[in-house]
Design a protein. Structure first.
Length: 341
């Protein structure tokens, strides 16, 4: 497969138009993939409205010029810009005129198992142009970019979208595997009696999985609806590939649901263990209080400065009081331990 040719290096944050990377693909696979900058992309879009191949342009939305360049040169649907501004991050894929508008969610490139490390990628797919835009680096885009540099050039815009979805599914599989490893370690610590702060860690991972599932769950259903009536330019083979990527997402989502149930069971087991320890401590405190009750009562009675205190003149009075206290303490201990048994 032909290798891609790189132009001058672009900064990771994008060039003067916010373009992070751009590629020109040959649909027939005869020509090598060529990396382009924003100036070359604008020229191609202006002089070749129907090129033999297709373009992929990936933008950094944090760059002030990115949306302006897209509005001026890319000829995208108004729905794409409305999707960028509406602030809804739920995953979906819908048709807009003769193109596809997709909103997918992925983890940051430097993902550290925090719920805040999830970001959104906006995609516009047409027969000759694919535009992806994000605010923070994502794993799926970086994986696709690395594959393109290695010469794995997609045959069509739909195949590029399918590669992106599969890369996202692979990233999610890695997340599930990482969470599973952490849950295994916590389960081992629980069995060994080392609780520490495991409930907090489990809660964080469960919130992460819930957020991922909430953001990603609509995607398979949206894809299935789209594949029932695909655009006219989408080939049947590409439709089947998209259907396959949808099935991968369904498997990942089921694994995430099973992992959530496992975390929930561990949380309940840890909570039960903590409650058992608290009940044991409370029982010990109750027993100590009951055992100290007789001596406290007698000490209070004999400590009153009034006349008529019994055994005050008896030379064996102290030992008689000790015997009384010991008897009542033994009776209280017998009652308490009998209830415990």
């Amino acid at each position: 497969m032909p290798q891609s040719r790189e132009p001058g290096a672009l900064s990771y944050g994008g060039d003067e138009a916010g373009l992070i990377c751009g590629y020109r693909f040959d649909a027939a696979g005869a020509e090598p993939t060529v990396a382009i900058d924003s100036a070359k992309a604008a020229e191609l879009l202006r002089t070749e409205p129907h090129p033999p191949g297709f373009l992929w342009l990936h933008f950094n939305l944090s760059h002030a010029q990115a949306e302006r360049w897209l509005a001026r040169h890319a000829g995208l649907s108004d729905t794409f810009f409305e999707t960028l501004k509406e602030g809804l991050h739920s995953t979906r894929i819908e048709r807009a005129d003769d193109s596809l508008i997709a909103v997918i969610n992925d983890v940051h490139f430097d993902f550290s198992f925090e719920p805040s490390d999830i970001s959104t990628l906006w995609i516009s797919v047409g027969p000759r142009l694919v535009v992806t835009a994000r605010a923070k680096p994502l794993r799926s885009v970086d994986a696709l970019r690395t594959a393109v540099k290695a010469g794995q050039a997609p045959r069509s815009t739909t195949e590029l979208l399918e590669h992106l979805l599969r890369a996202q599914a692979d990233a999610l599989v890695q997340v599930v595997r990482g969470v599973t490893t952490r849950v295994d370690d916590i389960e081992d610590d629980l069995l060994a009696g080392r609780l520490d702060n495991k409930r907090t860690r489990l809660g964080t991972m469960r919130r992460l999985l819930v957020r991922l599932q909430r953001l990603l769950a609509p995607e398979p259903a949206a894809l299935f609806r789209l594949l029932q009536s695909p655009p006219s330019w989408m080939a049947e083979a590409d439709t089947q590939e998209l259907r396959g990527s949808t099935e991968e997402f369904s498997v990942v989502l089921r694994d995430m649901g099973a992992l959530q149930e496992r975390i929930k069971l561990l949380q309940e087991e840890i909570a039960a263990s903590v409650n058992e320890d608290n009940n044991r401590s409370l029982f010990v405190l109750t027993v100590v209080t009951v055992l100290a009750l007789p001596i406290n009562i007698l000490a209070g009675l004999f400590g009153m400065n009034v006349g008529g205190i019994p055994l005050a003149e008896d030379k064996h009075g102290f030992w008689i009081v000790v015997l009384i206290v010991g008897t009542f303490t033994a009776i209280a201990a017998w009652v308490a331990l009998r209830k415990k048994r």
